[in-house]
Design a binder for this molecule. Sequence first.
Ligand SMILES: [Zn+2]
Length: 307
Amino acid sequence: MSERRVITRFDLEPGTGRAIELLKHQILRIEQIEGGQCVDFNCFNLHDYREHMHTGRTRTEHGLNPGKGAFMWSAPPRERPMVYILEDTAHCNDVLFPRCSPYLYESVFGFHTHTNCQDIQAEAQRQYGLTPDDVHDSFNLFMNTGLEVDGRHPYILRQSTAPGDHVDLLALFDVLAVPNICGADVMRTSNFTLRPVRVTVFEATEADIAAVPEIKRLPSQRTPADFKVKAIKADRALTADPGYVPEFANVPITISDIPIALSDEDYARLTALKATGVHGEDDAAVLRDVLFSWWSEAFLGLPDIRE
Ligand SMILES: [Zn+2]
């Protein structure tokens, strides 16, 4: 494999973050220097900041602890892969917990001023004219989390990442990537301390780019050209448009029965699925389930996320 060309490299110091223009097919490496440091991460479309990474979509596609082979997705209605996780040596990432904030440290610990990811992200993003409200839910690199056995209550454990452990993020289009050193030195997140991490931007090789699985683009992944309101609201107060007339799609909703011819093989499969009991007595529900499975696996190449 050919060598990656280094574009820039620096150490990110505790209490700080940095907004980095990561162009299409550049790789951002976040690397442990001493080990044990959580890094919070925000990501925006460099040419349209209203498109940003969405932990909810990412969590749904790749689980609570996404690693190598996962994408970071943007929020609906854009809903497309922004960066690809090309490498992840520690497999210790989280998309369940929110960023730490001034309120967290004051309400729980009584600190009036404390390093925290909300303020550090906001200060880093300010270089590009963004406000504290633009900080979004964080992808938490190197954060060791899970769910209690009841499946409902999240926990944080100490992490065991070592010097040299790294995550490589390959940009699929031009983004503003914003890593910050998590400000939490009073919890397990970064083993009760704050440490620097190394940041490197590489030019991807052809092999790197070829490693990204294809995700087909669909018409439902919208762009601002699809929006009825084209301009971004400049004032903060919300007032109703007196000329507003609702134009919901497919409304009024009508439901009708459609006969579908099934082969003997299809019918046997439907009967077997129905026997699982999860669809009740509704044949149509079984069919919709089969369609869901076929579409997401065969067409999009996504894993079947049903239980
Ligand atoms: Zn934090």
